[in-house]
Design a protein around this ligand. Structure first.
Ligand code: NDP
Ligand code: MG
Length: 389
């Protein structure tokens, strides 16, 4: 039996992972599941998979989870430290699918116990890429990418020499507002930004897709995970979301990864790697699809991409500051405190302010990352308050 743990089981990636594991009874022993506020779903998943431990991230949800699992013999815990403790329990494969920087400490704990970490939580690579890679190396653990573009690059690189890579191209659907005139973007509502044309995902990443902050995080993720230099990494708008990534080699050839916009492919690939096992996603009918289109992103329309380039050039803790400022600005947008376009300008201002105050230079440890994260959130909140006032 393969021992597996799912961090963020109640989210969009988590539920898809649970369903793939439930489809294969007798193959997996589920060590732990973690969730946040959706205690009813977490309890249902824990019963269905017969897990050892169920953890909610929030202390105030402890009692509700305990009563939902009463009489099952399933161990219950709550709080950020309990998440880390769950991730430390020996497992062969752990899915990292908590949203945001909150996924970093549990992800590091899972790596330190030496198993494979299937990484959906891109924020942890953006905040602390070198720390994650070094923790994996020291523990003899492996990180497999789950983000569809990075899974696509990883698949295109199987059997290839990374030294022969000339460029990596990741695609972007363009999100909810790709057909909107730029003047309308300032007025975009949360409901409008929360509907993705191609992918069904959690609300936060869906809004990040509309602002292209998701693609910005993914440019940095590509740099951190594959060690490809920033000038060799490109993003291209591809509204059909069928080509997820392309790798160009020094002989001029390119290998593209195609698949339906369904995360169960990338999750299944990371679950079964290096094997390929059947996954019940739709098969592409290329003749029916007819054409695939690509265009260059407009950095005037999408300032997030320009900011990602500045973050990669700065290095150090700039990724942690960028991500935390973005998370705080996203909270402000969701709460109706700031407009859609304010998110990028707040992130830009926070980066400039914290660089000026010397917050970005230190070495990357969990402590320095969390300190930079906290400083960036405070700076972003102040700017949100100013703009409201
Ligand atoms: P969701 O918002 O759907 O789910 C997030 C999960 O994290 C839930 O289990 C949630 O619990 C839990 N959670 C929320 N806040 C905290 C916290 N502070 N501490 C611990 N757990 C918390 O997100 P997605 O599944 O969409 O995304 C998960 C990760 O995967 C993100 O990093 C995202 O960028 C990445 N990703 C997602 C893709 C997708 O298709 N959805 C594609 C590629 C990458 P609860 O809901 O119970 O409160
Ligand atoms: Mg992606």
């Amino acid at each position: 039996m393969r021992r597996v743990t799912i961090l963020g089981a109640t989210g969009s990636i988590g539920c898809n992972t649970v369903s793939l594991i439930a489809e294969d009874p007798g193959t997996y022993e589920v060590v732990a599941l973690t969730g946040g506020r959706n205690v009813a779903l977490l309890a249902e998943q824990a019963r269905k998979l017969g897990v050892g431990l169920a953890v909610t991230a929030h202390e105030e949800c402890h009692d509700a989870l305990k009563s939902a699992l009463a009489g099952t013999g399933i161990e219950v815990a709550a709080g950020p430290e309990a998440l880390v403790e769950a991730a430390q329990r020996p497992a062969d494969w752990t899915m990292s699918a908590i949203v945001g920087a909150a996924g970093l400490a549990p992800g590091l704990a899972a790596l330190a116990q030496g198993g494979t970490l299937a990484l959906a939580n891109k924020e942890s690579l953006v905040c602390a890429g070198p720390l994650l890679m070094e923790t994996a190396r020291a523990a003899g653990a492996r990180i497999l990418p789950v983000d569809s573009e990075h899974s696509g690059v990883f698949q295109a690189l199987q059997g290839e020499d990374v030294a022969a890579v000339e460029r990596v191209v990741i695609t972007a659907s363009g999100g909810a507002f790709r057909d909107w005139p730029v003047e309308r973007l300032a007025m975009a509502t949360v409901a409008e930004a929360s509907s993705h044309p191609n992918w069904a995902m959690g609300q936060r990443i869906t809004i990040d897709s509309a602002s292209l902050f998701n693609k910005a995080l993914e440019l940095i993720e590509t740099h951190q995970y594959f060690g490809i230099s920033p000038e060799r990494i490109e993003a291209v708008i591809h509204p059909e979301s069928l080509v997820h990534a392309l790798v160009g080699f020094r002989d001029g050839g390119m290998i593209a990864h195609l698949g339906p916009p369904d995360m169960r492919h990338a999750i299944g690939y990371a679950l079964n790697w290096p094997e390929r096992r059947a996954v019940g996603v739709e098969r592409l009918d290329l003749a029916k699809i007819g054409s695939l289109t690509f265009s260059a992103p407009d950095e005037g329309r999408y300032p997030a991409l320009r900011l990602a380039r500045a973050v990669m050039a700065a290095g150090g803790l700039a990724g942690a500051v960028f991500n935390a400022a973005k998370e705080q600005a996203l909270d402000g947008f969701i709460a109706g405190q700031i407009g859609f376009l304010d998110m990028a300008s707040i992130v830009e201002d926070v980066l400039a302010k914290l660089a000026g105050e010397g917050h970005m230079g230190s070495t990357i440890t969990l402590e320095t990352v969390m300190a930079a994260d906290g400083a960036a959130r405070r700076a972003a909140s102040e700017l949100i308050d100013e703009r409201q006032g």
